[in-house]
Design a binder for this molecule. Structure first.
Ligand code: CA2
Length: 180
C-alpha cells in the first residue's frame, strides 16, 4: 500500500476498512491486523489453584505474553475469557465479522463437549489454533477427544502458557505478517 510505505495519511480504502471495523490504525497509516484470543471456563482462576498442572502464571500474565508475541508481528489482540459457551460462540462470529486474521482458543472444559463451538469454527472459516496449557494427552482419557481439534488448523498443548505465544506466531506466519 503506497500510503503506508511513504508514511502519508491512510488512503480512502484504508479509511473505509477502519470504518468497517476490520483493522486498527497505526502511526504512519499502517493498519494492524487483529487476532482474537479466547479463553474458556475457569481459566480466570489460572495462577490461583492447581499450580502443579497449570503453573503459577495468571490469565493477566497470559494476556501480557500474548500481546507481546502479537506486537512482534505487528498484530493487535482481542483477549477475552468467558465461563459461558454461547458467549464464546458469539466471539468466534465477531472475529469473522471483524475480519480477524485468526483465532487462538483455549476452550478449556468445553474442548470435549461443545458441538456449538465446533460448528461456530466451521462456519467462520478463519484459521483457529487450539491451545492447552497442559499436555491433555498425558492426562485422563476424557480430556483427549477434542471437538475443536476437528476444525482447528493446529493444536498446541503442554508448553504451559508459552503455547499462546507459539500460537500467535503460527497465525502470523499463516497471515504473512512481518516480524520485528
Ligand atoms: O490445559 C489446558 O489448558 C486445559 O484446556 C485447561 C482446562 C482443562 O479442562 C482442559 O482439559 C485442559 C481447565 C481450565 C481450568 O483452569 C483452571 C486453572 C487453574 C485452576 C483451576 C482451573
Amino acid at each position: 500500500m503506497a500510503a503506508a510505505r511513504s508514511g502519508e495519511r491512510p488512503s480512502l480504502f484504508v479509511a473505509a476498512a477502519y470504518k468497517a471495523g476490520t483493522a486498527l490504525p497505526l502511526r504512519g497509516g499502517f493498519m494492524a491486523k487483529i487476532v482474537f484470543v479466547l479463553n474458556g471456563p475457569n481459566l480466570n482462576l489460572l495462577g490461583t489453584r492447581e499450580p502443579q498442572t497449570y503453573g503459577r502464571a495468571t490469565l493477566k500474565d497470559v494476556e501480557t505474553l500474548t500481546r507481546a508475541a502479537a506486537a512482534s508481528h505487528q498484530l493487535k489482540v482481542e483477549f477475552r475469557q468467558s465461563n459461558h459457551e454461547g458467549e464464546l460462540v458469539d466471539w468466534i462470529q465477531e472475529a469473522a465479522a471483524k475480519k480477524a486474521v485468526g483465532i487462538v482458543i483455549n476452550p478449556a472444559g468445553y474442548t470435549t463437549t461443545s458441538v456449538a463451538i465446533l460448528d461456530a469454527i466451521l462456519a467462520v472459516k478463519l484459521p483457529v489454533i487450539e491451545v492447552h496449557i497442559s499436555n491433555i494427552h498425558a492426562r485422563e482419557s476424557f480430556r483427549h477427544d477434542s471437538y475443536v481439534s476437528k476444525a482447528a488448523k493446529a493444536v498446541i498443548c503442554g508448553f504451559g502458557i508459552e503455547g499462546y505465544g507459539l500460537a500467535v506466531a503460527g497465525l502470523a506466519a499463516l497471515a504473512g505478517a512481518g516480524s520485528k
